[in-house]
Design a protein around this ligand. Structure first.
Ligand code: AZC
Length: 818
């Protein structure tokens, strides 16, 4: 039973009046947006209430997804889709004289994450709710999410993101579930009468964690799970003490310090930020979340801990929440007074850990000194875990000290470091990588000795993406076409898309499919014009690279190729190529100089190319500022060629690669991450694979890679790199782009850009040829969409359920949609 358009209209107006205190004549788009959200939220909250009641009555085992990042994007369109209310809302607003599209644009993105890892968490909680699995996401309620990127004279400028300035209509504050978190201080050892010792932590500071709940609506609107995000505040009790002792000013200072914890998201992707505040953030949300889980468990089971590991599984999204392991041990040993072995048995049956990267700079390590200062009791517990683990290592490899040094949680050196990856592997019952290739490299290169010690612990779960957001909601035109061909239930069963394959060579279907692509390209062209003033031709190939800016992702390889094309056109005005628009979206970590230089270079090359009459329409270069989830939703449906060109062995999986292929883009990529599995699915004729494999990279490294060999042997490479040194792209400022050349020549080209350049350029020539054969291209495009079924996040979640979580779904009764 669904609500009628008229009733939904009435609900919007009711909220306009009684929630927002305005009326139809005064309301602007922002007010319409809020009123529409409020009307939808009625259903969300009813679903949430039913879900929580059902889970409580059934005393379900649940997964708790601990993640420092959740990159949710916007929620209105998704929530409407999931309740099947999109068309109703669209019609209702139309009758009120309001465009749904404009209303949707009012919503700020919830950008509480950096990139892949945070967006994966968002896709996973969507799948968990859709599959009716009892689950809670736990994270941090950052006041400022990822910075807003502006481009000024070609350079990235960071501006604060303030997603909650005008309130967030979805979140619910839960003061009844506030937790307190201890920090700093010292540990007292107490000796009991029976000779036993007891540790007591006397914290130096206490902060309050205030939970904000974001409901997560499953597709079909039955299960509504929760994402619980913690906001830090000064603890009343502590504040009061300080107030009495030192007065108002000191109390205010305490306040500010406490509130700093959840103030900002660290804007680094794949770099460990060795900062005290970051460790405090991690501990803060882990401690709040564990206490929350335990409170809920105790409500059903009292002080009987024997069922805890049956009821609770905690997935650690990378090592950021690894401190939860010693925290649970502390609670069990110091507070619940369980003996160590019982506590360890519980703990190691509760935690599982996902590794997302092999880059050494991303593997978190904390100085032992810092832990000692902030979490003195936890450091003791980590030492104890390590001591017992070293005994186990000694049993397997008696007397082998080098093994011990390799496996120890503690890295000895001038500064003693705690390796959070090792702690995570030792404290978890399962560890997974995020694509087949990556998981193999985790076993062979990152944790080989752990794999020898515990052969069943390391496993793979290939990433996935939610087809609800990344096809159904973001690409309505294609969704409609797909509905007609394979039925409407593909969002729940993405393998159904395979039904498109048999139409891949059908001329009429090719025409319909490519006309959808053309319309989506027009929409993106409008967006490009609105945000950059650049006019692009929708008959050109839309070639897109969207992801965080990082050397290993090799946006500069793409750039060198663009420069090569430009040069070829200048040298030969008849250079034969189909017109192409190269489109980028990428944020660079604010402290990552070379990444920012690459953004600058892309923009400077774009300026020249786009305004050079000799180039005409053949080549355009666009850098769309402030890449984020809502912009991705506009770019992905319009893409012809998807750039997935990381150095083999460096991209753990990638998920943008899946989204683009799903929406009918053809990939040009290396055999890296999930590209390998995408190639398996679509077949080698429907993807452009180029460049070195992991083995090739290792061999070249072993033989002594010298990028200068390529520079001197390949005249085009030399010409392009030398071009960067002139002032051609930066008039009056020679050398402004030289850092890129330096990194590729003098600093050894650590990501093998020059070694892969020629293969990349050749593959691009093949792409160009394929595109010009309209029938062949349409067939490739259709096959790509058809064969992406494997990459639904529902499949990833099912793999977690089978291989890691052992979780049962729990049906929640369908509500009447209001
Ligand atoms: C990313 C990986 O780089 C990306 O390949 C993967 O698809 C994604 O995680 C999801 O698994 N990693 C990160 O975003 N960050 C870190 C610290 O690994």
């Amino acid at each position: 039973m669904k609500i009628s358009k008229g009733d939904f209209k009435a609900a919007i107006i009711r909220h306009l009046h009684s929630t927002l205190g305005t009326d139809e004549n005064k309301a602007n788009n922002h007010a319409w947006w809020k009123a529409t959200c409020a009307a939808i939220q009625e259903n969300v909250l009813e679903g949430l209430r039913r879900t929580q009641k059902t889970h409580y009555m059934n005393d379900t085992r649940a997964v708790h997804y601990f993640s420092a990042e959740f990159l949710m994007g916007r929620l209105l369109s998704n929530n409407m889709q999931n309740f099947g209310l999109y068309d109703v809302a669209h019609g209702a607003l139309k009758e009120l004289g309001v465009e749904l599209a404009d209303v949707l644009e009012e919503e700020p993105d919830m950008a509480l994450g950096n990139g892949g890892l945070g967006r994966l968490a968002a896709c996973f909680i969507d799948s968990l709710a859709t599959m009716e699995l009892p689950a809670i996401g736990y994270g941090i309620h950052y006041e400022h999410g990822l910075f807003r990127q502006e481009i000024k004279s070609g350079a990235q400028i960071e501006r604060p993101d303030s997603w909650r300035d005008y309130g967030n209509p979805w979140e619910i504050c839960r003061p009844e579930s506030i937790q307190e978190v201890s920090l700093f201080g010292y540990v007292e050892t107490k000796y009991g009468d029976n000779g036993g010792i007891k540790k007591e932590w006397h914290p130096g500071s206490i902060v309050k964690g205030v939970p904000w709940d974001i409901p997560v609506v499953g597709y079909g609107g039955k299960t509504v799970n929760v994402l619980r995000l913690w906001q830090s505040e000064a603890s009343d009790y502590f504040n009061w003490d300080v107030f009495n002792a030192g007065g108002y000013v000191d109390a205010q200072r305490e306040n500010i310090q406490a509130e700093t914890i959840s103030k900002v998201l660290y804007p680094n992707d794949e770099t460990e930020a060795g900062k005290e505040l970051r460790l405090i953030q991690q501990y803060f949300f882990c401690s709040c979340s564990l206490k929350d889980i335990i409170r809920r468990y105790k409500r059903a089971h009292g002080d009987d801990w024997s069922r805890f590991k049956e009821q609770v599984v905690i997935q650690l999204n990378d090592t950021h929440p690894a401190i939860a392991i010693p925290e649970l041990m502390r609670i069990l040993v110091d507070r619940a007074e369980l003996d160590w072995d019982t506590a360890w048995d519980i703990s190691t049956h509760v935690f599982a850990y996902t590794n997302h990267t092999l880059l050494p700079e991303a593997l978190e390590k904390w100085p032992a000194r810092m832990l000692e200062k902030i979490l003195p009791r936890h450091l003791e517990i980590i030492y104890e875990i390590n001591h017992r683990f070293m005994n186990e290592v000694d049993k397997k490899w008696p007397g082998d000290n080098s093994k011990k040094a390799k496996l120890s949680i503690i890295e000895e050196g001038p500064e003693k470091m705690v390796r959070m990856g090792h702690l995570s592997v030792i404290g978890s019952f399962k560890v997974n990588g995020v694509a087949e290739l990556h998981s193999r490299l985790v076993k062979e290169n990152l944790f080989p000795d752990f794999d020898a010690l515990w052969p069943d612990k390391l496993t793979n779960v290939t990433n996935g993406i939610t087809p609800r957001r990344w096809l159904k909601a973001c690409n309505p035109l294609l969704s409609e076409l797909v509905d007609k061909k394979v039925g409407e239930d593909w969002p729940l069963n993405l393998k159904k898309l395979e039904g498109l394959a048999k139409h891949a060579t059908n001329k009429t279907f090719q025409k319909s499919f490519m006309s959808v692509k053309q319309k989506n390209k027009q929409l993106l062209a409008d967006e490009i014009y609105a945000s950059t003033g650049i006019q692009v031709d929708t008959n050109a190939i839309f070639d897109i690279q969207i992801k965080r800016l990082h050397e290993y992702k090799r946006q500069h390889l793409n750039l060198l190729h663009i420069m090569a094309l430009y040069r070829r056109i200048l040298e030969n005005p008849d250079y034969d190529m189909h017109p192409r628009v190269f489109i980028f979206g990428a944020k660079a970590a604010p402290g990552y100089k070379l990444a920012k230089d690459i953004i600058f270079a892309i923009n400077k090359v774009a300026d020249k190319v786009n305004n050079d009459p000799r180039v005409g329409n053949k080549l355009k270069v666009v850098f769309l500022p402030n890449y984020r989830v809502s912009l991705a939703e506009k770019m992905i449906p319009a893409c012809d060629v998807s750039e997935q060109i990381s150095t083999a062995g460096k991209e753990a999986s990638g998920t943008g690669n899946m989204k683009l292929a799903l929406n009918g883009a053809v990939t040009i990529g290396t055999l890296d991450g999930a590209n390998v599995e995408i190639a398996e699915e679509v077949g080698e004729d429907n993807i452009f694979i180029f460049g070195m494999t992991v083995e090739d990279v290792n061999a070249l490294k072993a033989s002594g890679y010298n990028p200068k060999d390529y520079y001197y042997k390949d005249a085009e490479i030399k010409a392009i790199l030398d071009w960067l040194e002139t002032d051609y792209f930066t008039p009056g400022k020679p050398g402004a782009l030289v850092s890129i050349k330096q990194s590729l020549l003098d600093l050894g080209d650590p990501f093998f850009v020059l070694a892969d350049f020629r293969a990349y350029s050749d593959a691009q020539i093949e792409v160009d040829k394929a595109y010009r054969d309209k029938a062949r291209w349409a067939e490739m495009v259709i096959i790509n969409t058809a064969m992406m079924g494997k990459f639904t996040s529902d499949r990833s979640i099912q793999d977690y359920v089978d291989r890691v979580w052992r979780l049962d779904s729990c049906a929640v009764e369908q509500q009447k949609i209001r």
